[in-house]
Design a protein around this ligand. Structure first.
Ligand SMILES: Cc1cc2nc3c(=O)[nH]c(=O)nc-3n(C[C@H](O)[C@H](O)[C@H](O)COP(=O)(O)O)c2cc1C
Length: 392
């Protein structure tokens, strides 16, 4: 008798897959292909200092794992960092704010990894002037020019770089986040340039969980913003290896559905469809198991301040890794597309006690993250090979 595998599909309904070959082929574990995650083994024998440091920097956290970095090595002793304009998120990040936070994280890891080799990094942001405010006007001007000088001092967080991962899993709801842990997490935030805040207070959590859930729902129900995620979803080993970026999905069920041509990525998942329910359930689990929250804000919202927030953010995540704590951004409420405006306003009022910024000189939330102790193993996310980022 044929074994029938029942599964829920992205577009809705339940089907029976009697295609045993596909089911067997797809069920073989959900670990990502080794080559896609080889960055987490470090630079190995690479001896050239800039390439060695860049091999660490490219593990930086960044929105949707787009890895929008180009490193120009054509000038000796210098790394010039540029933004890859093919790798932007115009719908959910219409001003490139989150993309530049990712650049800040990249720069910070670069500086730490150079220091580990005894090199001091002289970082000049925007050597040819800031990128313009509007994303469509962004051009080839560099984000930073990093000059290598002697005299770097090793950073105690270096050892966490290859251990750092973003925990996109539910947290253990039996474990609270102690005040001392929160304090240790936020102690390194470089106030007043970046201001850190946080809570593990059970009284404060429900409203913040609700804010995360409600804002996630807006992103999912706005067709053009959800499609930005859907288009960056890489299903199964072949797609994951081909792109080595985006949102890796490697569970058996989506792989089977995809192999059968039933994982519909051409249209937004309608409310009530199995695809929508699946995405919302994931958010529900993440929001409901948030055992604390941490956030970062800057006194204004210039591109340099966004970079500064990114540098502080990755240090916070490295510290979290040292503490065994999970820090997972829940960025929806901070996204600047019109449908999100009410949640953007609420986030600023709740976390900063002031209205949302009206201009680049107003205090701005840059990162909003859930905290907790992962209830399941946290996977490394793919990275493109170093060579793919280099201009040399
Ligand atoms: C500015 C910024 C915003 C982010 N927002 C989210 C988010 O809303 N939801 C999420 O699951 N991850 C978010 N992330 C985490 C990225 O998805 C993650 O860094 C990326 O997939 C690479 O994974 P890794 O950090 O484990 O290396 C964000 C990261 C950055 C830097």
């Amino acid at each position: 008798m044929k074994r029938r595998n029942f599964m829920r599909l992205a577009g809705g309904g339940v089907v029976a897959a009697a295609t045993a070959g596909i089911a067997v082929g797809c069920a073989a574990g959900s670990g990502l292909p080794a080559q896609a995650v080889e960055a987490w083994d470090g630079p190995g024998q690479e001896a050239e200092p800039r390439r060695r440091a860049l091999a660490y920097a490219l593990t930086a956290p960044n929105p949707h794992n787009l890895q929008p970095w180009i490193a120009d090595l054509r000038e000796p002793g210098v790394i010039t960092l540029l933004c890859d304009r093919e790798r932007l998120l115009p719908e959910t990040d219409p001003f490139g704010r989150q993309i530049l936070i990712g650049h800040g994280a990249f720069l910070e890891l670069l500086v730490i990894a150079l220091a580990q080799q005894g090199l001091r990094a002289d970082v000049a942001l925007w050597p040819q002037g800031e990128l313009p405010p509007q994303l469509q006007d962004w051009d080839r001007r560099p984000v930073a020019r990093v000059r290598l000088l002697p005299g770097g001092v090793a950073d105690p967080l270096f050892g966490q770089i290859l251990r750092r991962h973003t925990p996109k899993v539910d947290f253990d709801t039996t474990r609270t986040v102690a005040a001392a842990t929160l304090q240790a997490l936020l102690a390194g935030v470089p106030a007043p340039r970046v201001q850190g805040g946080g809570t593990g207070d059970a009284q404060a959590l429900p409203a913040l969980r609700t804010l995360c859930r409600a804002s996630a729902q807006v992103e999912l129900l706005t067709p053009r913003t959800v499609m930005e995620s859907v288009r960056l979803t890489r299903v199964g080993p072949r797609e994951i290896l081909q792109h080595r970026d985006g949102i890796a999905v490697n569970g058996a069920m989506p792989r089977i559905a995809n192999a059968l041509g039933l994982f519909d990525r051409s249209a937004p998942p309608a409310q009530g469809s199995a695809g929508y329910e699946h995405m919302m359930q994931r958010f529900d689990g993440h929001c409901a198991s948030a055992m604390g929250f941490a956030w970062l804000a800057t006194p204004g919202n210039s591109h340099s301040q966004q970079i500064e927030a990114g540098r502080a953010y990755v240090r916070m995540q490295l510290k979290a890794s040292e503490l065994g704590l999970g820090v997972h951004p829940m960025s929806q409420a901070l996204q600047e597309f019109p449908e999100m405006a009410a949640h953007y306003e609420e986030a600023h009022r709740r976390l900063l006690g002031r209205p949302a910024p009206r201009g680049p000189g107003d205090a701005t939330l840059q990162m909003f993250c859930r905290l907790g102790y992962p209830a399941a193993p946290v996977e490394a996310a793919p990275r493109r090979p170093l060579q793919a980022l280099l201009l040399s």
